[in-house]
Design a protein around this ligand. Structure first.
Ligand SMILES: Nc1ncnc2c1ncn2[C@@H]1O[C@H](COP(=O)(O)OP(=O)(O)OP(=O)(O)O)[C@@H](O)[C@H]1O
Length: 250
């Protein structure tokens, strides 16, 4: 494994001025999000703020009315989700979409099949099954069991592990902490930190659990009603009591 040099990375994600609508509803308006190889950006805000729409727009599930998404200078705005995934952007939606009839091993193999076409992951790091099982030892213990026997936390680990096997340079995560015990959230966030620090991956982390997200993130963006109301270093956002009370619920 080599360590990425963010300054020379060709994997830089740019999210600039996105506007997205659902019929008459404007879900995002002129939203730019800083992201960098080796960094975690937390996207925070109340229900309906536009967080999910942001990830869906970056991954091609929603076509923006305005703005630009690019990776390593390559314009991906409005491209098909398959093309965006193949370019190296992995989207882990809310809800832990494991295939419950398949074993942990088989779920992981699906990720490997998609990743086989990508020669390298972020910063030259290539994930294999042993590597992701090392990151999430709980999955190694349950390797041959059907995914429907897993706990919520283990399912979340499985979808992240499966996404890593697609060899992404960008990981978009929607509410990975939802419904999980604080100890499990800490485990998963520690892995995200390891991925960014050691692997140079870019993480965009959508969370309602703002307090925990700001502890692990480098940068934070706060959305309200589809607009950016704050963007700053995570520690600065966490220290801003007025902002926390108005938008972050802690
Ligand atoms: N498929 C859809 N059709 C119509 N409106 C939608 C659709 N999906 C989301 N919206 C609306 O777009 C806005 C942003 O929703 P979005 O789900 O992106 O917010 P969010 O911050 O992710 O909230 P949550 O945490 O509840 O998922 C909301 O007003 C929502 O009602």
């Amino acid at each position: 494994m080599s360590t990425a040099d963010p300054s020379t990375s060709t994997d830089r994600l740019e999210i600039e001025g996105l506007t997205a609508t659902y019929g008459p509803v404007t879900a995002l308006e002129d939203v730019s999000v800083p992201a960098a190889p080796g960094a975690i950006t937390a996207v925070l805000g109340a229900n309906g703020a536009g967080k999910t729409t942001l990830l869906r727009t970056v991954s091609g599930l929603v076509r923006p009315a305005a703005g630009r998404v690019s990776l390593g200078g390559r314009d991906l705005t409005g491209a098909e989700p398959e093309r965006i995934a193949a370019a190296g952007i992995a989207h882990v939606p809310e809800g832990r979409g494991v295939i419950t009839e398949l074993s942990v091993e088989e779920n992981l193999r699906l990720g490997s099949l998609l990743g086989a076409r990508r020669p390298t992951g972020s910063g030259g790091r290539r994930f294999d099954t042993d590597g992701v099982l090392e990151l999430f030892p709980a999955l190694a213990e349950r390797f041959r069991r059907p995914a429907d026997t897993l706990s919520g936390g283990e399912r979340q680990m499985l979808v992240v592990a499966r996404a890593l096997l697609t060899q992404p340079s960008v990981l978009l995560l929607d509410e990975p902490s939802l419904g999980l015990a604080p100890r499990v959230v800490s485990q998963i966030f520690a892995v995200l930190r390891d991925l960014t620090d050691a692997g140079g991956i870019t993480v965009v982390l959508v969370e309602q659990n703002a307090r925990s997200a700001l502890q692990v993130a480098d940068t934070g963006v706060v959305l309200s009603l589809g607009r950016v109301v704050a963007v700053d270093e995570a520690s600065a956002l966490a220290a801003d009591q007025a902002l926390r009370h108005a938008y972050l619920g802690f």
